[in-house]
Structure formats: structure tokens, C-alpha cells
Design a protein around this ligand. Sequence first.
Ligand SMILES: Nc1ncnc2c1ncn2[C@@H]1O[C@H](COP(=O)(O)OP(=O)(O)OP(=O)(O)O)[C@@H](O)[C@H]1O
Length: 329
Amino acid sequence: MRDLVKQYGNRLAVDHLSFTVPDGQIFGFLGPNGAGKSTTMNLMTGYLGPTSGEILVDGIPVTKEPEKAKRCIGYLPELPPLYMDMTVEEYLRFAAQLKKVPKSEREAQVDRVAGMTGVDQVLGRLIRNLSKGYRQRVGLAQALLGFPKVLILDEPTVGLDPKQILEMRTLISQLAQEHTVILSSHILSEVQEVCDHLLIIHHGKKVAAGEPAELERSLSGNPALEIVVRGEGEAVQSQLALLSGITSLTQHDCPEANCCAFRLESTPDQDLREAVFQTCARQGLPLLELRRDTLTLEDIFLKLTSDDVEEERDESSQTRSKEEKEAEQ
Ligand SMILES: Nc1ncnc2c1ncn2[C@@H]1O[C@H](COP(=O)(O)OP(=O)(O)OP(=O)(O)O)[C@@H](O)[C@H]1O
């Protein structure tokens, strides 16, 4: 994806976004509600046209050769377009036909994707009678028909219960053995475990990218220290304030009697743990607790995207709310 821009009226939903998804990876596309994830995914699948920029899928330009590019992609939209009055089997056969799977291969493909996604036990049931988790599996089975190289899954775990989320995660990991998987979420913990690479977007812009562990390391910065010392607050504070490299020293409530608690922040290259220990020891102030307050990837994600408040969608545009989209199903 090169320098991709998508504008709805005067609203910039995707703002000069560039990234590459290496073959065979599970690529997590993360951002709060309204960050531009669905728009980007719809651009990748050719469902929407970009305002500017270029998208190549397996080297094929989506805007110039949409049919060819689409054959490389299996797409599970946020709200899979299922036909409630069809049985699972009827729906999958219909989807195979739409995807131009050769007639002679349809039955075998339907059986195979049903087996892969665990809907083989419910092939004869009406979709309307399936649980949300099973409907999601049917949507995934549909995306797998034709065995495309790339699977694009928009919020595949939204609305599922914790057990279904775990099952969906396992399924995605299995699919990644044969496909490149791009999946979006607004919940970090849902993608952190399964993804090889994360891209965090906010207001349509890239704000961070990398392997989850690498992102945590590089963005967590210098951890603050939380300490509890036996002694009188002012005396302890005056000693700690002398430490070199300290940038912030805040006293907070301490539930223990005759003790005080502080949070210390320091310049990026400073590790103050030893100096704190030595100072307390020299002054005869028992250091009861010393803990590094390291930022987790969740903290970093919230920090990077914290000012997000989704603005009201423009009434004049043809936007449909999720409720409206759901009602249509
Ligand atoms: N058809 C449209 N017309 C006008 N604005 C739109 C349209 N579709 C999306 N937007 C706006 O574009 C921005 C990005 O929306 P998008 O649905 O891509 O975000 P998202 O990250 O997928 O959010 P969510 O997790 O809530 O689905 C939002 O500000 C949204 O209001």
C-alpha cells in the first residue's frame, strides 16, 4: 500500500498510509473506533476506490486490475453478508458460484472450507438459527472459498464470547499456515497474541508499526520507579531530589503507617534503582518496596490513540450506522 488517501467529502478517513504485508504473516491492523480500519480494508479489497495512492496485492494493482486482484483475496467484512434464509450449505455453494469456482470443484471446496472452519456439523441448518460464533465461521468459510492467497478479516472476533474468541484465534493461526492474514481490531489483546506484525493507526495515519515485542520494547521508554520507604515524607523527598537524572518526583498516598510512597521518573538513559537503594541505605531509611512501572503494549496503544473521540458522521454523506447495516441483514 503506497501513500493511500481516502476522503469522504471533507473527512480524511485514510491519511497517506503506506505499508507492506510480507507473505505468510499474520498482520494486525489496530486502531480505535473510527481510526480508518474498515475503510483501509475496503480499499484493499477493491470495494472502495482510493482518493489517491496505490494498492498492490501480490503485485497486482487493485484499481487497475480489480478482478485479477480480487481473486487473490478472501474477505470477511465486519458484518458478513449472510443470507439468513439459506442453509449453510446453500449459502456456501452460492458463494462458490459467485466466486466463479469451477462447477466440478464446488462440492469439494464447500466440504473442505466447512471442515476447516468447523461448520461441517451445521451444513443443513438455516443461517438465521446459528449463533453469532457460527455465523462468523460461515463468513470465514465463504472467505476461504477459492483458496485465495490473502485473507482480510475485519474485526473477526467482534461480538463473540470469550470461548468463541479463543476458537477464532486458533482458527486464524491455523489458516496462517497457508495464507497471508490481515486482520483488524480495536482491541490490542485480541491481536497481540496471534499477530507477527502490528500496525497501529489513528485518525487514518500510521502511529506505530513492528513486531509486538519489539514495539513494546521500543515504545515503553524508561520505566518509572514506584518506591515505599519507612520514614517521614519530607526527609525522604529531600534526599531523593538530589539524585542526578531525576525528572519527576511525586509523593502519593501510602496505606502503611510511618511510611511514604513516591513515583520517580528519570531521563531515558538513567536507571535509578541502585542510586535509590544506596541513598536510602546511607540515610538509614529502610526501603520497603521498589518496583519498575513498565508500560505494557496495551498502555502504549492507549497512549498513542488516547485523544480519540469519534466525531459524528456527516449526515449529508451516505454513511450507514452499524445498527442500520445489522438491521439490513
Ligand atoms: N461512507 C462514509 N461517509 C463518510 N464518512 C465515513 C464513511 N465511512 C466511514 N467514515 C468515517 O471515516 C472514518 C473512518 O471510519 P472506518 O469505519 O474506516 O473506521 P474503523 O477504524 O473501521 O472504525 P470501527 O472500528 O468503528 O469500524 C470515521 O471518522 C468514519 O466516521
